[in-house]
Design a protein around this ligand. Structure first.
Ligand code: XLS
Ligand code: NI
Ligand code: NI
Length: 437
């Protein structure tokens, strides 16, 4: 088969001084950072849907992207022909992982059985290439939002048949993920949310979603799939109120339905900002509750209120993210999945390379800076010192549970005014962070 990306060589590391747009300036796969290779730290992944399906049409205009690997039909043959392009791309880029939704890789048939048969056929092609190249599935997922049957949601649809259909689809997608050696399975809420309370029984919908995910856990045990489940929060889009709003809301949901030991978070940068949070806030919360898992590495545009899914290029934002990843002990089964698409006006195949090279270099640079910040320890020491009043005396009594309101009242009455506050030094710390960038 002809190359999909003819004329584009394997992308090599040339160092920060290189002016070659098709070379890495910071990502040097084998370079050690904190004793581990950059490749093992960053575990980059290509999102099949954005790279190989998304043609960049928008509500105002027709598709723009040139995709020489695709004949524009929904045929099974065309689906199979897209697969070598994915592996060629990953190999040239030096990326070892990819992610997909079931419906990205194979077309739906006239019945669920036929749809599953189509999926099996394409999965055979994927498996074959995966075994030959060593490029494997980071996580799989089921598309429970594109087909009109999911117009009211999947697990939260008022139509119980749709719930059943979604369950069948997730079961199959999980099996396929397992067949391909996928390291995890992601649940993004899709249309699990609502537009109007006038037609919605929120309590029942939440219970249905909780039941659905518990059934998924049971099925996972049945088939002995050992990767983690990821839940991917997003506050809105396509519905107005998504139930999986942000990490904090999802954590409460997981607790209520007894799911915390089976799930970790897949945190998407653009979803964080849509929820009114910094990317790093979501990562920190997930880390603090011990459920950090994986990352959808993109960025939004703060001028726009939707999921623009742009490639990451903000070193400062990514540095704070990599600090969280390192503090969490690094990725295990997760990684940095580029859930992003090129801009509509960047329509040529080579633009996919520029986009990924930029994203990879940004995170590589961020990783090195985060490691420097950790090695210096100034930031961590400042934070530690700020809470020193809890390391002994009354603070230690509070943290250990020894204190109660009665003893604290006595303490406060005896002591009078609290010890003088110290400056939070926000600007000084911002300057410190900038000194590393
Ligand atoms: C959509 C989500 C989606 C998930 C996978 O906004 O980011 O792409 O990552 O279903
Ligand atoms: Ni995502
Ligand atoms: Ni998204």
């Amino acid at each position: 088969m002809a190359e999909a990306f003819a004329g584009i060589p394997k992308i090599e590391y040339e160092g920060p001084k290189s002016k070659n747009p098709l070379a890495f300036k910071h990502y040097n796969a084998e370079e050690l950072v904190e004793g581990k290779t950059m490749a093992d730290h960053l575990r980059f992944s290509v999102a099949f849907w954005h790279c190989f399906r998304n043609r960049c049409q928008d509500p105002f205009g027709a598709p723009t992207r040139l995709m020489p690997w695709d004949d524009g039909t929904e045929s099974l043959d065309n689906s199979k022909n897209r697969i070598p392009a994915l592996f060629e791309f990953c190999e040239k880029l030096g990326v070892k992982y990819f992610c997909f939704h079931d419906r990205d890789i194979a077309p739906e048939g006239d019945s669920l059985k036929e749809t599953n048969k189509n999926l099996d056929e394409v999965v055979k092609v994927v498996k074959d290439h995966s075994e030959k190249t060593g490029t494997t599935l980071l996580w799989g997922t089921a598309c429970l939002f594109a087909n009109p049957r999911f117009m009211h949601g999947a697990a939260t649809s008022p139509n119980a048949d749709v719930f059943a259909y979604a369950a069948a689809q997730v079961a199959k997608a999980m099996e396929v993920t397992q067949t391909l050696g996928g390291q995890g399975f992601t649940f993004w809420g899709g249309r699990e949310g609502y537009k109007s309370l006038l037609n919605t029984d929120m309590g029942r919908e939440l219970d249905h979603l909780g039941a659905f995910l518990n059934m998924a856990v049971d099925f996972k045990k049945d088939i002995s799939f050992d990767g983690p489940f990821y839940i991917e929060p997003k506050p809105k889009e396509p519905t107005k109120h998504q139930y999986d709003f942000d990490v904090e809301a999802c954590f409460a949901f997981l607790q209520k339905y007894g799911l915390t030991e089976h799930f970790r978070f897949n945190i998407e940068a653009n979803h964080a900002t849509l929820a009114g949070h910094d990317f790093v806030h979501e990562l920190r919360f997930a880390r603090e509750v011990g459920l950090f898992g994986s990352v959808d590495a993109n960025r939004g545009d703060l001028m726009l209120g939707w999921d623009t899914d742009q490639f990451p290029n903000d070193v400062s934002e990514c540095t704070l993210a990599m600090l969280e990843v390192l503090e969490a002990g690094g990725f295990t089964t997760g990684g940095l999945n580029f859930d992003c698409h090129v801009h509509r006006e960047s329509f040529e195949p080579v633009d996919l390379f520029h986009a990924h090279i930029g994203g990879m270099d940004t995170f590589a640079k961020a990783l090195k800076i985060a490691a420097d910040i950790r090695a210096d320890g100034d930031l961590a020491n400042f934070v530690k010192a700020r809470y020193a009043s809890y390391d002994g005396g009354i603070g230690a009594d509070i943290e250990s549970g020894k204190a109660d309101f009665k003893s604290l009242r006595k303490y406060a009455e005896d002591k009078g005014e609290p010890a003088a506050n110290e400056s939070g030094r926000v600007e000084m710390l911002e300057n410190l962070l900038n000194s590393y960038l």
